[in-house]
Design a binder for this molecule. Structure first.
Ligand SMILES: [Zn+2]
Length: 239
């Protein structure tokens, strides 16, 4: 069910010449085409892979942005103005989803049917409001650190409430923050290794390799979002 291999073509609304799926403008008459229900990779005629030349993507984005700019369509019939606007808004969404490393990974995983904890944050927040336990799962290797940190955070909140100054506690929390921030940096390079594994599995048609890379990316992103929340909690208390 690979979309890049589908042969389905649409005819240009203006001249009737059949178009490849991902065309933004007719290859024959140059008229802007209606948007298609495509994923964002296909919008840029890219395979569903994660190592991406973001410089080339940016160039493609600006070129298309200029070609779709409303000023260019001001004197055109309403229908064409609307088509350009629709293409332009899809272009912005697609670029936003693919340009950032984390956003791109999350987007690809969502295409693969994964719902990340980060994305279900709303559900978690409303559960918390209802007085239930925070649902985000603590990564097992962090259990001890998190336990310790939560004690320190609690102590610090108490100290603040009482108007006490505890320089040692403050220093401990500072170093906890640094520790978690360096874990975030490490997660970044780990993620890039997983991109390579994913891309290789895609190239080789290796379903098991794809699945393995996918599972590891999910675990890594969940861990990353967990650690980011810890940093946020520490910042809140230290501010
Ligand atoms: Zn045409």
């Amino acid at each position: 069910m690979s979309q890049t291999q589908t042969q389905s073509v649409a005819a240009c609304w203006a001249c009737g010449v059949p178009q490849e799926q991902a065309q933004h403008f007719c290859t024959n008459c140059g008229k802007v085409q209606p948007t298609q229900a495509l994923d964002y990779f296909s919008f840029f005629a890219l395979p569903r892979k994660l190592v991406l030349d973001t410089g080339a993507l940016e160039k493609q984005f600006y070129t298309l942005s200029r070609k779709l700019h409303p000023d260019r369509f001001a004197a055109r019939p309403q229908q064409e103005q609307e088509l350009a606007l629709a293409q332009s808004s899809l272009l912005n969404d697609a670029y936003r989803a693919l340009k950032g490393p984390v956003a791109r990974t999350e987007y690809l995983l969502s295409l693969e049917g994964v719902e990340l904890e980060e994305q279900s944050r709303k559900a978690t927040d409303s559960a918390r409001e209802a007085g239930q336990q925070k649902q985000q799962i603590v990564p097992p290797d962090l259990l001890e650190e998190v336990f310790e940190l939560n004690m320190q955070l609690e102590e610090m909140r108490m100290a603040k409430k009482m108007g006490d100054d505890d320089p040692q506690l403050k220093q401990d929390l500072e170093s906890a923050r640094q520790n978690f921030e360096s874990q975030l940096a490490a997660a970044q390079s780990e993620m890039e290794e997983l991109w390579t594994a994913w891309d290789k599995a895609v190239d080789n048609g290796d379903a098991a390799g794809r699945e393995a890379a996918k599972q590891k990316m999910v675990a890594l992103l969940n861990r990353r979002s967990y650690v980011r929340n810890l940093v946020r909690d520490v910042n809140e208390v230290l501010s």
